[in-house]
Design a protein around this ligand. Structure first.
Ligand code: GTP
Ligand code: MG
Ligand code: ZN
Length: 309
């Protein structure tokens, strides 16, 4: 069969509605991969703009493929399990926060991400990369985050430390998403894990920051692992719809003490007789986590006040 005949042959099938996963989006063009791993270039139907619906990497969509060189159309976005706006992705079930000794980790940023992830029922995993530069950071962060039920893996994309462990933690049927500050080594780590060649950048010497090398989210599927590489960022604004009373529910390490404070409405913000404060004083809860919880709590209260007063 010639190529032209083959194309004609499959045309009737290709004009029907198909299902796939959005793996990349650049400008107004989206790439969708079907179950046979074929990729299609698509655009969005106008109705999406009217409904203010923006397709995200990770979305499951129904689409009509284009004919020949023509692009096709995304017809429908299927219901999402989870949504993040930073990075903008859908259906992630396991968030992999990558930190490193350089750039210096911003743990308020990390805790913000954890709070949002737990708020949506995602699993969270922390990878402490570049442990070839500093062997202590992973241990310090494990003390902070293990009580929250977060597994902390010490790794180095450079010398290979911990890569098997990270690979093991990405498997199963999870849709994983690497996130973290620019320059932490997300792309380098994914390259080392899956033998790929995603673009990587160096760290600015002057300000010890990444250079925002990855610009677009990419969903990679290889060796039974489904993982997104995303653009790093250095800021994450506060959530606008978070009830201050709900924040504490996103701290699994508080759970054993809930209901044991003197006041039943205790927000663990230095109220007298607070069981969470006592647990921190006894070293059962990390001081840093509690301090940052209070920063996020103050922020949530401020936003709530502005909204409803
Ligand atoms: N020493 C050391 N350097 C590393 C390691 N992993 C990555 N790097 C370096 O860190 C720098 C940034 O790596 P990238 O992979 O581009 O970082 P990124 O997190 O993808 O950054 P953005 O795409 O900007 O968000 C590069 O110079 C890498 O070579 C590591 O394990 N050890
Ligand atoms: Mg990158
Ligand atoms: Zn309390």
């Amino acid at each position: 069969m010639t190529e032209a005949e083959r194309k004609q042959d499959v045309q009737p099938e290709e004009s029907t509605l198909k299902r796939g996963t959005l793996v990349r989006g650049i400008g107004s063009f989206y790439t969708v991969r079907d179950a046979q791993r074929r990729e299609y270039t698509l655009r969005c139907k106008k109705k999406f703009r009217r409904e203010k619906l923006v397709p995200l990497v990770g979305d499951e969509v129904m689409f009509t493929p284009g004919q020949g060189e023509e692009h096709g159309w995304i017809e429908e976005i299927l219901p999402r399990r989870t949504v993040c706006l930073r990075p903008p992705v859908a259906n992630v079930t396991r968030l992999v926060i990558v930190v490193a000794p350089v750039p210096e980790p911003d743990l308020v940023l990390v805790d913000r991400q954890i709070s949002r992830a737990f708020g949506q029922g995602m699993e969270v995993l922390m990878v402490v990369n570049k442990c070839d530069l500093d062997g202590n950071l992973a241990g310090v962060l494990r003390q902070e985050y293990a009580p929250a039920g977060i597994r902390v893996i010490a790794a180095s994309a450079k010398d290979g430390t911990g890569l098997d462990e990270v690979r093991g933690a990405l498997g199963g049927d999870a849709l994983c998403c690497f996130t973290g500050q620019s320059g932490a080594g997300k792309s380098t780590m994914i390259n080392a894990l899956l033998d790929l060649s995603l673009e990587t950048g160096d760290i600015s010497r002057k300000i010890s920051r990444g250079k925002n090398t990855t610009r677009h989210t990419e969903l990679i599927e290889k060796n039974g692992i489904r993982v997104m590489d995303t653009a790093g960022f250095n800021l994450l604004e506060a959530e606008s719809f978070l009830e201050p009373e709900k924040l504490r529910e996103r701290y699994p390490e508080f759970a054993p003490y809930e209901g044991k404070c003197r006041f039943s409405e205790c927000l663990h913000d230095r109220e007298p007789g607070c069981a969470v404060t006592e647990a921190e004083q006894k070293g059962l809860i990390s001081r840093g986590r509690l301090e940052r919880y209070r920063i996020l709590l103050a922020e949530a209260r401020e936003i709530w006040r502005e909204r409803y007063d």
